[in-house]
Design a binder for this molecule. Structure first.
Ligand SMILES: Cc1cc2nc3c(=O)[nH]c(=O)nc-3n(C[C@H](O)[C@H](O)[C@H](O)COP(=O)(O)OP(=O)(O)OC[C@H]3O[C@@H](n4cnc5c(N)ncnc54)[C@H](O)[C@@H]3O)c2cc1C
Ligand code: FES
Length: 264
């Protein structure tokens, strides 16, 4: 995986807030220092207010970069995300970033990128898609959710959908969709999979990619505190190429890992 630049911790103004689905908003921050060095797959760690609750910062993938602006796609699931989604335009938050590594677009040759995402795991895909297209790659999105209301495909191109209830697209999981589409996808040359979503989905995808010898990067989630390798709140067990397993700090050696590392 690729290394990130040195992070900065800055106060950033919320310049736009758009609700795109029930409980999901695109929050735009004026953040030129971070926008200038961000890479697809990086995240930011945000102190949502100046109060003691919530005490810790909350991590969010960089959804898109537009000039000096960064967009975040935030799903309201608890105290911090609800406060963030309800923050008024013009207010400010402390933003530490860019953090973590980025999707690896260069070490394995490929012609077509398959971006596989589930739920709010679609958040990093817009920035990744735009970057890959700028580099001359073909991009196809496979997007999954429990129902059509969970699909967050705004502004993404070439989308194919899977829903558990069949309300849109393929009825089944995103990995089953990939399986059924694979013969057609392979007509687009050498493939590389880039994925983000619930960890169970990513485990199933890692197994599938291993069996089908597909190169795959996964962006994992864990609870996080500091985001910079101090608190040890983000330990994740991965396989060790030399045998057995080892523990990584996801904020340092992730959030993006090679899918082969989930073969434990
Ligand atoms: C690298 C990284 C990137 C992320 N990117 C995004 C993003 O782009 N958009 C987005 O909406 N969310 C993203 N998340 C998840 C987001 O950080 C959490 O939803 C948020 O921290 C929850 O804060 P809260 O105060 O609202 O929830 P809390 O009130 O702290 O918790 C509410 C519930 O959610 C659970 N929870 C908290 N954090 C997580 C987590 N990381 N994974 C799973 N369950 C959790 C808690 O255990 C609890 O049950 C990302 C997480 C990581 C690690
Ligand atoms: S979040 Fe603190 S060490 Fe990773």
């Amino acid at each position: 995986m690729l290394e990130t630049n040195s992070p900065v911790d800055i106060r950033a103004t919320i310049v736009q807030m758009r609700s795109i689905s029930l409980g999901v908003s695109i929050i735009t921050l004026e953040c030129s220092e971070i926008a200038a060095s961000a890479k697809p797959g990086n995240f930011v760690n945000i102190k949502i207010n100046d109060a003691t609750q919530p005490l810790l910062r909350r991590p969010f993938s960089i959804h898109h970069v537009r000039g000096s602006l960064i967009d975040l796609m935030v799903k309201s699931i608890g105290c911090g995300t609800t406060l963030f989604c309800n923050a008024p335009v013009g207010s400010s938050v402390m933003v530490l970033g860019p953090l973590g590594n980025s999707f690896d677009r260069s070490s394995t040759p490929f012609q077509t990128a398959i971006l596989v995402s589930g739920g709010v795991g679609t958040a990093p895909m817009l920035f990744l898609e735009k970057t890959l297209v700028g580099e001359g790659k073909k991009v196809i999105n496979l997007i999954g959710g429990r129902t059509k209301n969970d699909l967050l495909a705004q502004n993404l191109a070439n989308c194919r959908f899977a829903t558990d209830d069949g309300s849109v697209g393929f009825r089944g999981t995103i990995v089953q969709l990939l399986q059924s589409e694979l013969p057609d996808l392979k007509k687009n040359g050498t493939l590389k999979i880039f994925a983000c979503g619930p960890n169970l989905m990513l485990k199933a995808l890692a197994r599938f990619c291993h069996e089908h010898r597909l190169a795959c990067d996964l962006s994992l989630e864990s609870l996080m505190g500091c985001g910079i390798g101090i608190c040890y709140g983000c330990c994740v067990e991965v396989s060790n190429p030399a045998g057995g397993s080892r523990t990584i700090l996801l904020c340092q050696e992730g959030p993006v890992i090679n899918a082969e590392l989930l073969q434990i």
